[in-house]
Unconditional design. Sequence first.
Length: 283
Amino acid sequence: MKILNCCKLNLMQLRIQPKYLLVFVYFVIHTWRYIHPYKEFAIASGLKVAPWLLVGLVRHQNWYMFFMMAYLLLICDAPFLSRQQQFVLLRSGKINWLAGQILYLAVLSALVTLLTWVLSVVALLPEVDWTTQWGAAIQTASRYPEAYSVTPQYTIIGYALKNMTGMGATLWALLMQFLVGLFLGELVLVCNLWSKRGLGIGISAAMLFFSLTVAQYAGSKGYVKRLVYISPLSWMDLAKTGDTAVGQPPLWYCITMLLILIVGFAVFALRNIHKHSLDMYKE
């Protein structure tokens, strides 16, 4: 109960701190910008669009980069120390308080992940085909992008179209987005507690730009394309994972490594928090 209360206190900040509203509005505008062309494509072609465009959206570098930067803004001050939390810390104890912060990071990552999918569907309304498959519109736009006067800015990778259903691929993208978000949150939390503030965000930003570099060499030959194995932020993109025949990391590798990192950071933080002095007045 103490852990839940610590998490609830942070959730209350969602309607108080202006940065959350700012990021929400940004998500709405940014997602609509990249989803709306598919709605125009649906109108031009007369085909409804299945609600599985998130798989293609996460591989669009412009959407992906600015989305991740906005998410880093939400977690930059983890573990969210403030003067008012000194009373919560005294009542709950360090371990329960920190566990509450980690739980909040998980909830925040889940909310942001769900929001991205919901916005991608809302932007298509009413041109939505409620099917578990990819649907005719996505298939046509991905295989014959020049067939109509309206051309979407991105398509679904052929590997996903051939080997996965639209719902299955989207669930995978959502799962990986959630795990990557939680991993980044814990990374920032650990760095902010046991090193200089700003180091965690610096490392996370470096990982973001490294994933963009990995994307540039994803189709290269030789060992350079295997950089994706050490780029967790690249694992949301099915264009860079799953197809072991071309040297991509298998899906089990991506989820296993992220779970190891998440559990490892959480265990390290909880086992060592009693050694750390939490001075709320300096925050």
